[in-house]
Design a protein around this ligand. Structure first.
Ligand code: MF3
Ligand code: CO
Length: 248
């Protein structure tokens, strides 16, 4: 069952999403060569809890930290550690915030310092692909329209689209129905209705789209070792479009 959120619920997700946004801004300000991923994790935990939220990746199915930090060939679900951020790293930060019973989910990828033009294009085009997908959203559109637009954009720009991980509905739970794949066929899949809240999250690769899981049972990496990028927003479907809820 895909739930339609009430105005009250949408406002609560927006509050959660605002805290999510502010946390991303704080992490961005602290993301520099020399900082460890554990230090970033602690900054997020302290800030979210100080503002009445809970970083809901923490202990989610055993995930041991508050946020996911995935570097270079790591696609998603990287576990913060004593790893030191270096110049040239491609750093994806992804996390959920639970506040007053409602979840929000957002991800961003940064290049720390210098990178090749290829890597810059990967990151810029992954963010662009998120917005290309979001532009499909409105009451009456199909879930397949989102994925088709993302896949087409990524393919046109020579990037791979990870298939095994998908966006999702979100609300009182981090992952609700429906799945929101980053590939698909226009005119197929469930019909979007005003009040549905979904997280759209393209994960694009510079090389081959194929992934593997590391021995920690969490970290997803590209099989070819090339970098990937990830951008995500939580949005509500409206009559004639969408509204981003993980924002200022
Ligand atoms: N945004 C991630 C997702 O939707 C959050 C995962 S939290 C984790 O999969 F604990 F599973 F890492
Ligand atoms: Co998500």
């Amino acid at each position: 069952m895909i739930s339609i959120k009430s105005e009250r619920e949408i406002n609560l997700i927006k509050e959660s999403g605002h805290l999510n946004y502010l946390t991303h801004e704080l992490l961005k300000a602290n993301l520099k060569p020399g900082i460890t991923t554990n230090e970033l994790d602690k900054i997020a935990y302290d800030f979210i809890t100080a503002h009445g939220g809970y970083p809901s990746c923490l202990n989610y199915e055993g995930f041991p930290k508050s946020i996911c930090i995935s570097i270079n060939d790591e696609v998603v679900h990287g576990i913060p550690s004593n790893r030191v951020i270096k110049n040239g790293d491609v750093v994806s930060i992804d996390f959920c915030v639970l506040k007053d019973g409602y979840q929000s989910d957002s991800a961003r990828t940064y290049i720390v310092g210098d990178a090749t033009d290829d890597v810059k294009a990967l990151v810029e085009n992954t963010e662009k692909a998120l917005y290309i997908g979001l532009q499909e959203i409105k009451e009456g559109a199909k879930i397949g329209d989102i994925g088709a637009a993302i896949l087409e954009y990524a393919t046109d720009h020579g990037l791979g689209v990870v298939r095994e991980l998908v966006g999702h509905g979100i609300g009182t739970e981090m992952h609700e129905e429906p799945d929101v794949p980053n590939y698909g066929t226009r005119g197929t899949g469930i019909t979007l209705k005003a009040g549905m809240v979904i997280a759209v999250e393209p994960m694009l690769t510079l090389g081959n789209k194929d992934i593997a899981i590391m021995d920690d049972d969490w970290t997803i990496v590209t099989q070819d070792g090339l970098p990937s990028a990830h951008f995500e927003h939580t949005v509500v479907v409206t009559k004639d479009g969408y509204e981003i809820l993980t924002k200022e």
